[in-house]
Design a binder for this molecule. Sequence first.
Ligand SMILES: CC(C)(COP(=O)(O)OP(=O)(O)OC[C@H]1O[C@@H](n2cnc3c(N)ncnc32)[C@H](O)[C@@H]1OP(=O)(O)O)[C@@H](O)C(=O)NCCC(=O)NCCS
Length: 351
Amino acid sequence: MGDLGLTAGPLQYGFLLATPVLIIRALRLPAHPLPMLRFRCFRNTDPPHVTRIWQSRAGQPGLAQPVSPDLFEEYVFGKLHFDYGGLIFALEDDCPAGFVHAAFGPDAARHWIAPETGVIAMLQACPGDSEHEIARALVVEAEAYLRTRGAKVVYGGCVQPHNPFYMGLYGGADLPGVLDTDTVFQEALRANGYQPVRQIAVLRRALHDFQPPADRQQVQYRRRMLVQVIVDPPARNRWEALTTGDFDLTRFELVPRGSGQTAAYLVVRDMAIGNHAAGRTVGVVELEVDPAERRKGLATCLLSETFRMLAGQGFDTVEMNIPADDAIGMRLAEKLGFCETCRGTLFRKEW
Ligand SMILES: CC(C)(COP(=O)(O)OP(=O)(O)OC[C@H]1O[C@@H](n2cnc3c(N)ncnc32)[C@H](O)[C@@H]1OP(=O)(O)O)[C@@H](O)C(=O)NCCC(=O)NCCS
């Protein structure tokens, strides 16, 4: 990464030596003068700059607000896998006007980072005429950092398991890639050759009017099944501890009475941080039914019972992210009355 002054426009140099055609091109200057940008890595005194840049996007959907340096300290800079070199600022007149955060996905054992898989986890720039130029240049800087660390493939945006940072701060129950409303980040990725590979739907449902399905099968399940509640379930691996350890998680398990065998489970997090709905919101971050027991109404039963309990605890809204191409998950959500509020896109680039 260079701490050199860079201009983003190629048309301002050397036109005295250019051919007539190039002279004409050189005179076609952009509508707004392009910024003089410099770049530098994160320092201990920078949390207020990240906070200020984030706050400058207030009103942009999906960004947790209000934020503070302490919040970023807790959820980003204080993490064991945070590397100062990966958080890069663009400076306009020596003032940070945007930042990109390049990091890595997990290794196969979900124990630590895998340097061959880069993730551009976040990019935000202060609104203004130069926001797109700043964002594009920041992606180039992020790539330079990731390359020197050994990345061969880079994801633009975070989706499990490539979710090193920003859960709770961005995008709802879980990380949705880059929100489609985050046009500056998305445009910078596309301009640098990233391809969209997945869309994630962010879905929401109010709990006050939720009625569990009353068909015969569901009524029988309510007699035959127990829901076990495990508060603060232990992380299954170190990556999970690193990325979700800060949240109040609760696991709900559906167990046939008289059997110790879990037929289905789901995990929710209290969205005290990153709540974009009115009232108290809870996010479903995991849901799985035993493969041998699918298509028998167990997910419907577990979700219904869980929603009933959560409403009883004073939660108003439930959120869930589902890959848009997961037809089963989307049908399940539709059956239970979820509505899509927005979408995110996961991008990818290889070299
Ligand atoms: C998605 C999953 C949780 C559904 O569990 P399930 O117990 O089979 O779901 P249910 O039997 O309660 O079905 C509820 C609704 O989901 C939809 N659905 C479930 N399985 C389906 C299938 N194979 N094909 C089409 N629709 C399906 C239907 O709309 C169904 O309602 P219907 O039976 O009235 O048509 C389960 O398939 C699973 O664990 N998948 C792997 C993990 C996963 O993808 N988790 C994320 C899901 S959001």
